[in-house]
Structure formats: C-alpha cells, structure tokens
Design a protein around this ligand. Structure first.
Ligand code: AMP
Ligand code: MN
Ligand code: MN
Ligand code: MN
Length: 299
C-alpha cells in the first residue's frame, strides 16, 4: 500500500485532552484530505465507537487507536496502539488501570500550584475535562491560561508543568512491556510515539527501541507534528536500523492550540514500510468498500 497515502494516525478528542468531539475530528480529517484516520486518546478507547462510525459515514477508512502512557528510564514515554480489537478485555483492563492514578495526581498538582499562589486549580482544570477518568496536565494548562497566569499552554508547561517545575507531580504509568503486550495481544500494532520528544540519552533511546522490539513492538512515528524535518530524517534512519515500520500522525489536539493541522504532514519516505501495510485487514471501511485502492479509484 502506498507510502504517499495521506494517513493521520494520531490525534485527541474530548475523551482525553483534545477539544473536539470524535465526530468533529472525523469531519475535520475528511475536510483536510485524510485518507486513513485513527483517533488515539490517551489511555482510553471510550471514543472509538463514535470515531469509527463517524469516519465510516464520511467514507473515511478508519483504524482503532489509543496512546498509552508508559514509564521508562524515569521518564514518560507514549506508545500508540493501532488496529487492535477494542473489545479485548485485557487491553480494556490495562487502560483502566493506567487511568486510575490521574485524579489523585491532579489533586497533588493543585496543592503544589496553590503553594505558588494559584489556588483552585483542581476545580478549574475540571471545567475543561470531558472525561472524568482522564484529567491531564493539558486541562490544568488551559485553566492557567484562562486565569491569565500564562499567555498559552506551551508557556504553562514550560513554567509550571514539566519535570522540576512547581506543578509537576511524577507519576508511575504502565510498563513498556505491558503496554506493548496489551496492544499486540489485541491484534494491534504498537508504535513508539514522537521519539524526539523524550529527551532520552543515546543509550536510553537505544534501550527503548531494543526493548520495545523485543516485547513485540513493530513501528515508530517518523513523521509527526512534534518532529522537525531533521528529526523526521533521523527517525526514518532509526526505523531502518531497527527494522520497524513507520507511522505518520499530526497529534492534533485543538484548532486553537495545535500547530499541525490534521492531514497536513509531509509524506513518508518511499523506502520505509508504512505501518498501514501491516494493518490491511484491520482497517474499517464503509460497506461496499473492500480496499483502500478501491476507495481511491472510486470503484
Ligand atoms: P499527562 O498525560 O497528564 O501527563 O499530559 C500529557 C499531555 O500534555 C501531552 O499529551 C500533551 O498533550 C501535553 N503536553 C506535554 N508537554 C507539552 C508542552 N510542552 N506544550 C503543550 N502541551 C504539552
Ligand atoms: Mn495530549
Ligand atoms: Mn504523546
Ligand atoms: Mn498524542
């Protein structure tokens, strides 16, 4: 299947920390020329049914998706899962367990923010939350912007919410092995999300890719909204070295906050194996459409 397909396999809805509904995202993806789409809410698949139904109604081929938070080398790493069976009980239980500590962590974040002169942040963040099980740093960032503490969410992360800053609370997420195994056992493909974002040393990054592969991981995001052109080239090379397929996704969260629009990324290099080539039989299509190629030629 073609490397030049306009696939967008990473974005967020109100079911995690995005601001659009699954239906609004499906329409936006279609309007921006996306030819294969996945909604990948953090630690949550509650929006999958709505996203798939909306995509299929628009004749937009769809892959189930999620983005699992993982603790690795003392940092948080994100593993995207694509094309899994959303009814898989083991995956559902694993995601539920991963979501569990979020409310407690949010209350601790609010206590710390109160100590630096920002009271009421828990209640304030909750106003932005679409899913009570999924309060995230992004919701705190929106509250701090609303309150005038910072100009935009990037500034909030820089000043308050990243490691070492006053509102940051370390958290123990899923293990790399568990996240990859949940996805693989549910017939999905595990993908290392936006690898340039983690600030890993060369040794840590080598360990991440090696262990990921050993646990059954099969792909890496090469082209993403959070990679520069140089980083896309660098991780294309990493994909080749480790024999991983390549994914492509905007990581779109919100029309106001996201720099990268759905469907607007550069294409994958021709020699890479696109992750969708591994997932041909997992792609959902509108009735009567059997393959992407048929969709594209209009048969
Ligand atoms: P959490 O899962 O609660 O730790 O929140 C992580 C989310 O925060 C990510 O998925 C991003 O959406 C957002 N985020 C992390 N770092 C930044 C940043 N520097 N600027 C804006 N958003 C960020
Ligand atoms: Mn996010
Ligand atoms: Mn991420
Ligand atoms: Mn994401």
């Amino acid at each position: 299947m073609s490397n030049s397909l306009n696939a967008d396999l990473h974005c967020h809805s109100v079911v995690s920390d995005g601001t659009l509904t699954p239906e609004e995202l499906a329409a936006r993806a279609k309007a921006h020329g996306v030819e294969l789409w996945a909604l990948t809410d953090h630690d949550e698949i509650g929006g999958q049914r709505r996203a798939a139904a909306a995509a299929l109604a628009l004749d937009l081929p769809y892959l189930c998706g999620t983005e699992i938070s993982v603790s690795f080398a003392g940092k948080t790493v994100h593993i995207v899962g694509l094309g899994f069976d959303p009814e898989d009980a083991n995956l559902q239980d694993g995601l539920q367990a991963t979501r569990e500590g979020r409310s407690q962590r949010a209350m601790e974040m609010a206590e710390q923010l109160a100590r630096v002169g920002i009271p009421g942040a828990y209640e304030g963040a909750l106003k932005f939350v679409g899913n009570p099980e999924l309060i995230s740093r992004t919701h705190f960032a929106r509250f701090l912007v609303e309150r005038g503490a910072c100009r935009d969410t990037n500034e909030v992360f820089r000043k308050y919410l990243s490691d070492g800053k006053p509102g940051f609370v370390p958290h123990r997420w899923a293990s790399l092995k568990d996240a990859v195994t949940w996805i693989a056992q549910a017939q999905g493909v595990a993908v290392i999300a936006h690898p340039a974002r983690y600030g890993l040393s060369a040794n840590e990054e080598y360990a991440l890719f090696s262990e990921f592969k050993a646990h059954g991981g099969r792909a890496v995001e090469v082209v993403t909204g959070s990679h520069s052109a140089a980083e896309c080239l660098r991780y294309a090379e990493t994909a080749r070295e480790f024999g991983l397929a390549a994914s492509r996704g905007s990581d779109f969260h919100s029309p106001e906050e996201s720099r990268t629009e759905l469907g607007s990324l550069p294409r994958l290099a021709q020699d890479l194996t696109p992750v969708w080539a591994l997932l041909q039989d997992r792609i959902q299509r509108a009735a009567g459409r059997n393959t992407l190629d048929q969709t594209r030629t209009g048969n």
